[in-house]
Design a protein around this ligand. Structure first.
Ligand SMILES: Nc1nc2c(ncn2[C@@H]2O[C@H](COP(=O)(O)OP(=O)(O)O)[C@@H](O)[C@H]2O)c(=O)[nH]1
Ligand SMILES: [Mg+2]
Ligand SMILES: [Zn+2]
Length: 293
């Protein structure tokens, strides 16, 4: 019997994990570990043979992001420094996806950084303007052209562990391929038949960056899970609501239709973005109906 080792999970493919320990990758299984294991978790595992092992324990996490699967929570990534949410003017972006991503990051206590890709397209100027309120909310915005120059992104990622997320078609795979030599991420340029197969498998990988730091990619995933959150967590994940906390008539105000609600007043006065509040209202309903599952 060999002694247990400590390592870091660098890839998750269902119950199969790659754990990096002492410079070597061990293929480990979880044996249905309760609670699950996330990419980038620190774990204790017991070797079961050459290059194989079984997970015994997940060490305490600094933070945790969830994957979105209809009404179920699955772990995605742990111990990360930032979320990088990629957006682009083409295909037409959905406000809701961006907002939900920012909410999930805020609820996990992880800073989010918005990357506006496809700066070469003329439509980008319009989206840049639309994103101005987000910069006022405190989110950093980096504009770049993945196909031409990813230097601005390299600077942003250097020395940090980042999770990459964004709608299909915004250029995530293009960015990964430019950042990580040999990553071979399937891009929208490859035949869609080939992509279809790739995207149905949900695996998550941490790629070491040549200049230090790591980027965590989960092909096919566009959105973080939110079903583990309560209404209170949700309110706190909107900085513009949080700022008004204590100013509503009712201390337990949910900012939905209560009288003398400071959030609703700010909304009517145009100081809160309508789309942000709408997504908030939708999420409150969604989480309350999910809680019944
Ligand atoms: N014009 C332009 N197209 C880009 C850029 N980056 C990626 N694309 C294209 O956008 C499409 C989707 O890219 P892909 O990396 O597969 O997006 P993903 O679905 O987010 O992984 C592909 O056709 C890319 O060639 C860019 O900076 N400018
Ligand atoms: Mg892709
Ligand atoms: Zn209120």
């Amino acid at each position: 019997m060999s002694a247990s080792l400590q390592g870091r999970v660098v890839a998750v493919h269902g119950q199969h994990l790659h754990v990096l320990s002492g410079g070597e990758v061990h293929e480990c299984v979880t044996r249905g570990k309760k609670g699950g294991v996330a990419c980038n978790d620190q774990v204790i595992f017991k070797p079961t043979g050459p290059g194989t092992g079984v997970i015994e324990k997940v060490l305490q996490r600094r933070n945790l992001l969830y994957r979105s699967i209809a009404h179920r929570t699955k772990l995605l990534a742990a111990n990360v420094d930032q979320v990088v949410v990629v957006t682009a003017a083409v295909p037409a972006p959905r406000d809701e996806l961006l907002i939900r991503t920012l909410v999930a990051s805020a609820a996990a206590g992880i800073p989010a950084h918005i990357v506006l890709n496809k700066a070469d397209l003329p439509e980008t100027a319009w989206l840049y303007t639309r994103l101005r309120p987000y910069r006022e909310l405190g989110y950093d915005l980096t504009t770049l052209t993945a196909k031409a120059d990813i230097a601005p992104l390299r600077a942003l990622l250097a020395g940090k562990t980042s999770v990459l997320v964004g709608a299909s078609g915004v250029g995530k795979s293009t960015l990964i391929n430019a950042l990580v030599p040999g990553a071979n991420a399937g891009t929208g340029d490859i035949s869609s038949a080939l992509n279809a197969g790739r995207h149905t498998t949900t695996h998550t990988r941490a790629f070491p960056l040549p200049g230090g730091g790591e980027i965590i990619d989960s092909p096919g995933m566009q959105e973080f899970g939110l079903y583990h959150l309560g209404t209170e967590d949700l309110m706190n994940a909107f900085p513009e609501f949080r700022e008004l906390s204590g100013r509503c008539r009712f201390h337990n105000c949910r900012h939905l239709k209560e009288p003398d609600c400071a959030v609703l007043e700010a909304l009517r006065a145009g100081r809160i973005l309508e789309e942000r509040w709408r997504v908030y209202r939708g999420l409150v309903r969604e989480l309350e109906s999910a809680a019944a599952y």
